[in-house]
Design a protein around this ligand. Structure first.
Ligand code: FES
Length: 224
C-alpha cells in the first residue's frame, strides 16, 4: 500500500491516499465544560468505511461530509492556501522548564482549549515541571492539543510526542484531526510541512488554510 499522503487540490478536496483510517473523535468535557480527553465521535462510534484513496471535503459545502460530493465547484469560496510555508519551528516561542521546554506556534491554534483550565495553564505548568505530578498533567494536556500548536521537548531538544499511527479524525462541527505525520502536498505538487498532530480546515472559512484557525465556531459550521 502507498504511503499515507494528503494532496490538497487547488480548488477542491483533500485527496487522501494510503488507506488512512477515518474515524471521528470528539472532546470529552468536565462538568465545568473543560476538555479532558478525546473519545469516539457519537455520530459514528465505529468509524467510517474507507478505501485506499478517498476525497475529503474542504469547502464546507458537501452534503456527504466528511466526504467530498463536488459541491466545491458550484459556489464561490476562498480556496487559497494562505498559511506560511516557513517551518513551524521558526515561529515557536519557548518556555523553558526543568529538563523540558514548551514550544508554541500560535498560528496553528484551532481553539480546543486543552492548554488550560480554571486553575492553571500549560505555560505556567512548564515552569513547575520538576514536580512529577505537574509534569504528567502537562504531558497529557499538551499531547491532547489536536493542532500541535503546543509541543514539548526534552533537555536534548527532542520532541516528546504521542505515537500516533497515520489516521484522520473528523471532529464534529470542526476540522480534520490529522495524526501520525501524514505527508502533504499542495495542488501544484509543492511538499508542505508535515507534523504528528495537525488540524486541517474543512469548513472553508479559515484564514490560515490548510490549517484550522477556529473560524468554524464563529461560522457555526455543522458537520457530524
Ligand atoms: S474547520 Fe475551518 S476554521 Fe476550523
Amino acid at each position: 500500500m502507498a504511503e499515507a499522503h494528503i494532496r490538497i487540490t487547488a480548488g477542491g478536496p483533500y485527496i487522501v491516499t494510503g488507506g488512512v483510517p477515518l474515524s471521528g473523535r470528539q472532546p470529552s468535557v468536565s462538568t465545568h465544560g473543560e476538555p479532558l480527553d478525546w473519545e469516539p465521535a457519537e455520530a459514528n462510534p465505529d468509524g467510517y468505511a474507507f478505501e485506499e484513496r478517498y476525497l475529503l471535503c474542504r469547502c464546507g459545502g458537501s452534503k456527504t461530509k466528511p466526504l467530498c460530493d463536488a459541491t466545491h465547484a458550484t459556489f464561490e469560496w476562498e480556496r487559497a492556501l494562505t498559511a506560511s510555508r516557513e517551518p513551524s519551528a521558526s515561529r515557536r516561542e519557548r518556555v523553558e522548564g526543568d529538563g523540558i521546554a514548551l514550544t508554541d506556534d500560535t498560528t496553528l491554534c484551532s481553539d480546543y482549549g486543552f492548554c488550560g483550565n480554571r486553575f492553571t495553564s500549560v505555560w505556567d505548568m512548564a515552569g513547575e515541571a520538576s514536580d512529577p505530578e505537574v509534569r504528567a498533567k502537562l504531558l497529557r494536556m499538551v499531547q491532547s492539543c489536536p493542532s500541535g500548536r503546543i509541543q514539548l521537548e526534552d533537555a536534548e531538544g527532542n520532541a516528546i510526542e504521542p505515537a500516533f499511527r497515520p489516521s484522520i479524525a473528523p471532529i464534529p462541527d470542526g476540522p480534520l484531526w490529522v495524526r501520525g505525520g501524514i505527508t502533504m502536498e499542495a495542488g501544484d505538487g509543492t511538499p508542505l510541512e508535515s507534523r504528528n498532530r495537525m488540524t486541517l480546515c474543512r469548513c472553508g472559512q479559515s484564514q490560515n488554510k490548510p490549517f484550522c484557525d477556529g473560524a468554524h465556531k464563529s461560522h457555526e459550521f455543522h458537520a457530524p
